[in-house]
Every structure is written in C-alpha cells, then in structure tokens.
Design a protein around this ligand. Structure first.
Ligand SMILES: O=C(O)[C@H]1O[C@H](OP(=O)(O)OP(=O)(O)OC[C@H]2O[C@@H](n3ccc(=O)[nH]c3=O)[C@H](O)[C@@H]2O)[C@H](O)[C@@H](O)[C@@H]1O
Length: 431
C-alpha cells in the first residue's frame, strides 16, 4: 500500500495506472484519493502565491522604509512650514528643479513676496552637484525647503499633494542642454517626457487641481528661418532630441488641459544666463576657460556666418515666470474629471535682440580683462540651430513682460558673481 507521501508526490506516473483486476470500490477510492490530491495541491498553490505576494509587499514597503530619503514627521513639518503663505491672496507653489538655475531664482522671488514655496530636485550629476547644493543652502537660508527626490517618483509627488494643497506648480525640472542629447538620449525621455507625465498625473488627480506653468524651450522652433519666432509659427522640425522632447511636452500638456481641465502655461525660454547659471552653457564655460587660459571653441554657421542667440537675463525670465503664475487662471477639474474649459497658453520669453557668439566672447573678454584663445570651427551637426530671435509681443500683452537687461549689463553681473563665487583663482571654487 502506497504511503500518503507517495500518493501526493508520485515518483513515477505509472503509480497511478489503473489495475484492471480491482473492484469498483477500489476505483472509487482511487478517484476520491485523486480529488483530494488535487484539492491539497490547490491549497498548497494558494498558500504559496499568498506568501509570495505578502513577501513582495514587505520587500517593497521595507525597501522604501529603509532607503527612502523622504518621509517622517519632521520632513512633513518642514514642507508645511515652507508652503506657508505670508501675504493676502498669495499662492503655494511646488517648484520642480528648485536647485536648478531658473528654479532657484524663481523660488527666491516667490518667497520674497510672501508666497509659499516647496522645492523638489533630484540633484543629479549632469553638472557639478555642488553648485546645486550651494543654491539649496541659499534657498534654505530664506526658509525654502527642497525635497530631495525625483519627479518620476509618483508616490513622492502624491505625498507632497497630500501634505499641501498647492495652488500652482512651477515645473522647471528637466534634462537640459541641446548637444548632450546625442550622448545620453534616454535621460531626455526620462525627465522631459516620463517625469512630465508623472507630474501631470499627480496634478490632474489633486483636489483642488493646481495651475501648471512649465519650461518649454526656444529650441522648438528648430530649423525655422522666419524671424522673429512667433508662438504661432510651425514647431515641427526640431534639430535635436532635446527640442523634440520639449515639443512633445507641449503636446502632452495640451492633452491634460483638454481631458482633465488643467490650466497650463508653457514658456519658451531663450538661452537664459546669469549668476548661479548652468556650467554646461557656453557663456559659463567660456568664462571658466578664458580665466584658466584654456582655448574656447566658437562654432560658425554655413558660409562662415556667425551663430546668434537671443540671450535672456535671468531676472527678466523670473519676472515672466511670476507673471505667468499670477495670470494662469484656475484649473477646472476635480476628482480627475474636467468640469469646464481651462486656459492653455504658450509664450516666448526672450530678450528680442539677438547677439552673435563672437560678440558674446568680446563682452566676456572686456569684463574679465583677459584675452580669449579662440578656436573657430564649423558648427558640427549636433543639434544646434544657427540663430534664435523671440517675438515677445504676446507675452508683453498678456503678461506685461518687458525685458530690461541687455547682454552687456547681464554678463557684467554674471562675471561679478562668478569671480565672487569661484574667485580669481583660475576659475576654481574657493569654498
Ligand atoms: O533657449 C533655448 O532653447 C536653449 O538655450 C540653451 O541652448 P543654447 O542656445 O544652445 O545655449 P549654449 O549651449 O550656451 O550655446 C550658445 C551658443 O554658443 C555656441 N557654442 C556652444 C558651445 C561651444 O563650445 N561653442 C559655441 O560656439 C552654440 O552653438 C550657440 O550658438 C540651453 O542650453 C537650453 O537648455 C535651452 O533650452
């Protein structure tokens, strides 16, 4: 007679072969035995699945508990305090990319006039994170808390909306840089598309929904030749993957406006520069190289034509951002559903007076009192466009936007900051 163990775990299929010489009773017993075997098997599988699932959720919550850099009573307290509004009819703004160049300046301006500001930044190493940490310290000293986290982290973003009923989101977190897109294309999709969608999902679900103002780019005008660039011009021939992801952002935000009633304002920034700027941009690393006596490479367009940019000073951009928040109008959705039409706007924020790259270098030389070692080469096919020039009449009309700083004045302020921050010590950080 086979043991129970042998019944449950037959070592060979032959053990279940029916012996023709056995009685009906024996066959019934066999049948009963095989039904109970199946039952026990089913029980075993259910138990196995259940324990696997609970183990998974333990691992999940456990790993978040042990590794997350966010959460806790103190953390929530800092967020609430940072979001507090100190003026009548003020706003509470979630600023993404708050340790970034534009993000840090906008955060400071909002806080200064009494709005509540909470920042979020992932402090990635696309450029020197110590500069981001320095911006963070500056913001902290003014009572602005920056959450260390990624906009792709849906749970974190949802948590922030649980803690604060943000009236506005100033979305400035992005993978920036035109030429780096050839080196690391996926980082652009990750931040500028994946991150954007994660953020918009949270905004659409939030109750009340915030109004969203976000950074697009002048690069969406791509290879257009008609100048100056107007918001109604075509934007379907981007020259870089960076530009393509920003253009995609404009389409994606449109769908969230259309389906969920989110108020959306997209700002096409034109080559923003100034103190605490981005070290990956030409004016910044030209300054460093000139001070260190290293050569700089100046790109030149077709037929030896100089490249030109509508360089825009940071303070003018900040005014445009703040005016966009002030005039954004309300989102109309609730419970993830649209309740009526909401504003969808796009504005150029430029300086509307393009300057060539060689002129930029001349101005830097004058302010630095050092001669540059020039290396002029034909523009490589790496995503650059030959020129940019903003038509800003729409922003002027709707936002009261009026840039007041020309490149000469703006670079003087930048150089003053650069020398204070890094010192004359050949462009190396002194702190
Ligand atoms: O306004 C915009 O849409 C974009 O402005 C800048 O992009 P870009 O204008 O290319 O700024 P830089 O990288 O600082 O280049 C400025 C000019 O210097 C030129 N350049 C750059 C690098 C170099 O080594 N040599 C050189 O001549 C470029 O061709 C360009 O004409 C920013 O990097 C983008 O993030 C932003 O979206």
């Amino acid at each position: 007679m086979p043991s129970l163990e042998e019944e449950l775990f037959p070592s060979t299929p032959g053990k279940f072969k029916i012996d023709r010489g056995h009685t009906m009773n024996r066959q019934f017993n066999r049948c009963f035995a095989s039904t109970s075997t199946m039952f026990l098997w089913a029980l075993f599988l259910i138990a196995l699945t259940a324990s696997y699932l609970s183990f998974q959720s333990f691992v999940d919550s456990g790993s978040r508990y042990f590794t997350a850099s966010w959460g806790g009573i103190q953390w929530e307290k800092q967020i609430r305090s940072s979001a507090q509004i100190h003026r009548s009819k003020g706003m509470s703004v979630l600023v993404t990319g708050a340790a970034g160049f534009v993000g840090s300046h906008v955060s400071l301006a909002l806080k200064k006039r009494g709005d509540g500001v909470v920042g979020i930044d992932n402090f990635n190493s696309y450029y020197d994170p110590s500069l981001k940490k320095a911006r963070k310290s500056l913001l902290n000293s003014r009572g602005i808390f920056i959450v260390e986290g990624d906009i792709n982290d849906a749970r974190l973003i949802a948590k922030l909306f649980d803690i604060v009923a943000f009236t506005h989101v100033m979305h400035l977190a992005a993978q920036a840089g035109v030429r780096y897109a050839m080196e690391n294309p996926h980082s652009y999709v990750h931040s500028n598309i994946g991150g954007l969608v994660t953020l918009l999902e949270a905004c659409k679900t939030a109750n009340p929904q915030p109004a969203v103002v976000w950074a697009s780019s002048s690069s969406v005008y791509g290879l257009n030749e008609k100048v100056p660039f107007s918001e109604s011009d075509r934007t379907d021939q981007p020259a870089s993957l960076y530009a393509a992801t920003k253009k995609a952002g404009e389409e994606i935000t449109h769908t969230y406006n259309h389906i969920y009633g989110l108020s959306i304002t997209g700002l096409r920034f034109f080559t923003v520069y100034g103190p605490f700027g981005r070290p990956d941009m030409a004016y910044f690393f030209f300054t460093r190289n000139i001070l260190q006596g290293k050569p700089i490479t100046i790109f030149r367009g077709k037929n030896r034509v100089d490249l030109a940019r509508d360089f825009t000073y940071i303070d003018d951009i900040v005014k445009g951002c703040v005016a966009s928040l002030d005039t954004s109008g309300k989102s109309t959705g609730s419970g993830g559903k649209k309740r009526g039409p909401a504003p969808y706007r796009i504005f150029n924020l430029g300086n509307t007076s393009p300057v060539t790259v060689p002129t930029l270098v001349h101005i830097l030389e004058r302010h630095l009192k050092v001669k540059a070692k020039r290396n002029v080469v034909d523009m490589p096919g790496n995503g650059d466009v030959p020129f940019t020039h903003a038509n800003i009449s729409l922003a002027q009309r709707e936002l009261g936007y009026k840039p007041t700083t020309d490149l000469e004045t703006g670079l003087k302020k930048f150089v003053k900051w650069y020398l204070t921050y890094y010192g004359y010590n050949r462009g190396k950080a002194v702190h």
